[in-house]
Design a binder for this molecule. Structure first.
Ligand code: COA
Length: 259
């Protein structure tokens, strides 16, 4: 398929999906979300594809979050719809994919970018990777599953700290936290991801699908995701969310009023 904002390549049964808006640090606008959704459908439906890698174009960024320039006009209903569409089309679809989808994080994985990596079955990172959930800087909360998946992976107290401070942390910190499986030099990132998937691709596909489904069902209820979507939407009825997005786009510090 032809895409505008992502690149795809099928190599040795591994489908490599590269988010390709490097001038905007690969931020997830509506087109990227739609196209990622279509690419994930290809993973589900193309029998030539045994597994997939998601990565970002350029040296600097995996994905620097949802596209903040699309936030200015959102109200609570539209904010909730944005989060729900992304979760259904991309994030939940990745998590539930019967074929392994792993993230190769090559730079900034912030906000929706961190959530995209967290939705994958596991994460390989380069030494240049940087993770974080900085939504609070915009008067928002994560909306693509961050409150749920980060908490599952690193535990409640650490998720509280990182989501409330918006702190950006390194690949090695993420390794220590148990968020990423391996950290490698940038030039080896894709090779390392391919090497691991080449091993998995030799295993029985139906067994792999059941591994994914069963591990996903470990102590897992999906109610929290719905709660997050609603609360994310509610943020857009606040003045602070407008201030946060405007301040980012005007390259100034936000002045939050608690309204
Ligand atoms: N949405 C929209 N545009 C974004 C973006 C986002 N999430 N992240 C980066 N960009 C754009 C910038 O506006 C800039 O565009 P411009 O060249 O047209 O001005 C371009 O990408 C490069 O980013 P810039 O901020 O100049 O790079 P930097 O190296 O100074 O800073 C970051 C890098 C990642 C620290 C900074 O871009 C950032 O904080 N991004 C937002 C992260 C975030 O809050 N994500 C969560 C969103 S919910």
């Amino acid at each position: 398929m032809n895409y505008q904002t992502i690149l795809t390549l099928l190599e040795n049964n591994i489908f490599i999906i590269t988010i390709n808006r490097p001038d905007k640090l690969n931020a997830l606008n509506k087109t990227v979300i739609e196209e990622l959704g279509a690419a994930i459908n290809e993973v589900y439906n193309n029998p030539e594809i045994k597994s997939a890698i998601i990565t970002g174009a350029g040296e600097k960024s995996f994905v620097a979050g949802a596209d903040i320039s699309e936030f200015l006009t959102l109200d609570a209903t539209a904010g909730e719809a944005l989060a729900r569409r992304g979760q259904e089309l991309v994030f939940d679809k990745i998590e539930k994919s019967p074929k392994p989808i792993i993230a190769a994080v090559n730079g900034f994985a912030l906000g929706g970018g961190c959530e995209l990596a967290l939705a994958c079955h596991f994460i390989i990172a380069s030494e240049q990777a940087k993770f974080g959930q900085p939504e609070v800087n915009l008067g928002l909360i994560p909306g693509y599953g961050g409150t749920q998946r980060l908490t599952q992976l690193v535990g409640k107290n650490r998720a509280m700290q990182y989501i409330m401070t918006g702190e950006i942390f390194s690949a090695n910190d993420a390794l220590q936290l148990g968020m990423v499986n391996k950290v490698v030099v940038q030039t080896e990132l894709l090779n390392e991801a391919k090497k691991i998937l080449a091993i998995i691709n030799t295993k029985a596909p139906l067994a792999i699908a059941k591994v994914i489904e069963t591990i996903n069902n470990f102590d897992h209820t999906h109610q929290g995701y719905d709660y997050e979507i609603k609360k994310f939407g509610e943020c857009f009825s606040t003045e602070d969310a407008k201030e946060g997005a405007s301040a980012f786009l005007e390259k100034r510090k936000a002045n939050f009023k608690g309204k």
